[in-house]
Design a protein around this ligand. Structure first.
Ligand SMILES: [Zn+2]
Length: 440
C-alpha cells in the first residue's frame, strides 16, 4: 500500500502569503510532499484520495505558552483572590501523575478542537503531559517545571527528574523536551545558571516565565536591586534559544535588553488583558522582535483556543498602537509559523510546503461564521471558531475527523477528567471554598 495520502480542498493555505485554489495536498508519511492543482491528477483518483470538498486546508496553530493540565480553576480567577497565587497555586499541591495525565487530555481536547497542532507546555509531572500527547496525538514541546522557592515540589530531585525527562523523551516523534525553570523569583540564580548551561550543552531550548507579576518585580528588586529581565540578562541566561512567557511587568530598558538577547517573548493576550498589563508588543515590534502568542491557562484565561488568542492579540496590539497596526495575516503567521519555528529551534517552519511536517487542519467554509469568504486567511483569523475546525492531522495522522477524536474515547476522557477535578477540589478544600464564595 502506498504511503501517500491525497487531500483535495477548495482552498489550501500553504502559509500566510500563499493560497492554492481547487488543489490537492499530497502527504508522504509524516511530511508534506507537494500541493498540486486538482486537474494535474489523472481522472482515476489514486489510492488514499480524500475529497474534502468545501473546506480550507490550513497549517495548524502552535500555542507558544500553555499549561494544559491547569484547567481545573475555570471561572475562579475573576474575584478578589489572586488568579496566580491563590487560585492556580492553590490547587497544585494536590496534583499527582495520574491527575495531571487526565487533566492534560482535557486541555489537549480543547486545544485540538480549536485548531492547535503543537503546544509548548510547562508543568509539574511533565512525564504525564508527554504521555497524554502520545495518547491523543498532539505535538508537544514539553518541559518539567523546576522551582527552588515556593513551589509544591522543589529541590535537587526535581532537577534530576527534569533531566531524566529530557533523556527519556529525546527520541520521541511526538514529544520534544524543553528545559523549564519556572520564573526568576521562584528559581535561585545558581539553579537558573545551571539549567541554562545544561540546556545549551544538550542543544535544548529553555521555556521560562519572565517578568509576569508585580510580586516577581518586587522580589527581584528587594533581593537583587534590579528588574526580572535585567536580573536574567545579568545572569547570562537569555539567548535566542529561550522562550520567555509574558515579559509584561517591565521597567525602562528591559525590552531593549530582551531584544538584544534575541530571546522569544510570548504574548498571552487574554491573560494580560484581563490583568490590565499587556506585553508592550508595539515596542517589541519597533525593536524588530517577532513576538509569539500563547494562551497560558485557566485562572488567567479559561481556554486553550488559539483562534480567540490571535484575535485578542490583534485587538490589544492595535488598541494602543501609535502606527503600524498589525493585520490578521500577521497574527496568523505568528500562530502558524513563527511560534513553531522558534519553539522547535528552527526545525519546523509551520508551512505546508515540501518536506515540512504534515501538521494541518481543515476549516469549514459554508457556515454563518465564515460566509462570505472574500479573503481566506482573514476569515480564519476574524471569523472561524472551533465549530469550523473539522479535521486535525498531526505528523500525517488523523487526530480529529469531522470533529470527532480518533485516538481517544472522548466521553471516557471527559468523565476521567471530571473525577480528577473532584479529587483535587476535595483534597484542597476548593469544594468548600467555592460554596463559601471565596472566589467571588
Ligand atoms: Zn504560564
Amino acid at each position: 500500500m502506498s504511503s501517500l495520502q491525497y487531500f483535495s480542498a477548495k482552498y489550501i493555505v500553504e502559509d500566510s502569503t500563499h493560497l492554492h485554489k481547487d488543489s490537492v495536498l499530497i502527504v508522504e508519511g509524516d511530511l508534506i510532499q507537494d500541493i498540486v492543482h486538482i486537474e494535474s491528477l489523472p481522472e482515476k483518483k489514486p489510492e488514499n484520495f480524500n475529497e474534502l470538498g468545501e473546506v480550507i486546508i490550513s497549517p495548524g496553530f502552535t500555542n507558544a505558552h500553555s499549561h494544559v493540565a491547569l484547567n481545573s480553576v475555570k471561572g475562579l480567577g475573576y474575584g478578589g483572590a489572586s488568579a496566580l497565587y491563590d487560585v492556580m497555586w492553590g490547587i497544585e499541591p494536590a496534583l499527582d501523575d495520574d491527575l495531571v495525565y487526565k487533566l492534560s487530555l482535557l486541555g489537549m481536547m480543547d486545544a485540538i478542537s480549536s485548531g492547535t497542532t503543537s503546544i509548548n507546555d510547562h508543568y509539574f509531572f511533565a512525564d504525564s503531559v508527554a504521555k497524554a500527547c502520545e495518547r491523543i496525538g498532539i505535538r508537544g514541546f514539553i518541559g518539567h517545571t523546576i522551582m527552588t522557592e515556593y513551589g509544591p515540589w522543589t529541590g535537587n530531585e526535581q532537577i534530576s527528574l527534569a533531566k531524566s525527562f529530557n533523556n527519556n523523551w529525546k527520541n520521541s516523534k511526538t514529544v520534544h523536551p524543553i528545559v523549564a525553570p519556572h520564573e526568576t523569583s521562584t528559581v535561585s540564580p545558581k539553579v537558573l545558571k545551571e539549567l541554562s548551561n545544561y540546556a545549551l550543552e544538550n542543544n535544548l531550548l529553555t521555556h521560562i516565565h519572565l517578568a509576569q507579576t508585580q510580586k516577581e518585580m518586587e522580589y527581584i528588586k528587594t533581593n537583587f536591586e534590579t528588574s526580572p529581565i535585567k536580573h536574567a540578562y545579568n545572569l547570562g541566561i537569555l539567548n535566542e534559544k529561550v522562550i520567555a512567557a509574558h515579559c509584561n511587568v517591565v521597567e525602562d530598558g528591559d525590552l531593549e535588553l530582551l531584544a538584544e538577547s534575541k530571546a522569544f517573548p510570548v504574548f498571552c493576550p487574554t491573560t494580560h488583558g484581563i490583568a490590565g498589563k499587556p506585553m508592550n508588543t508595539n515596542l517589541l515590534s519597533e525593536l524588530n522582535v517577532d513576538w509569539g502568542i500563547g494562551t497560558d491557562c485557566s485562572g488567567g484565561n479559561d481556554d486553550y483556543d488559539m483562534l480567540e488568542e490571535m484575535r485578542t492579540a490583534l485587538v490589544l496590539n492595535n488598541s494602543v498602537a501609535k502606527k503600524d497596526f498589525i493585520k490578521p495575516k500577521e497574527v496568523f503567521r505568528k500562530a502558524s509559523e513563527e511560534n513553531v519555528k522558534r519553539i522547535s529551534g528552527g526545525a519546523f517552519s509551520g508551512k505546508l510546503s515540501k518536506n515540512q511536517k504534515a501538521d494541518f487542519i481543515t476549516v469549514l467554509i459554508n457556515t454563518p461564521r465564515m460566509l462570505p469568504l472574500h479573503d481566506v486567511v482573514n476569515n480564519i483569523v476574524m471569523c472561524a471558531s472551533s465549530k469550523e475546525i473539522n479535521d486535525v492531522y498531526i505528523d500525517g495522522k488523523c487526530v480529529l475527523k469531522n470533529s470527532k477524536f480518533q485516538q481517544i474515547d472522548e466521553q471516557a476522557v471527559l468523565e476521567d477528567g471530571m473525577d480528577a477535578l473532584n479529587k483535587i477540589f476535595v483534597k484542597t478544600g476548593f469544594d468548600k471554598k467555592i460554596l463559601e464564595g471565596d472566589f467571588l
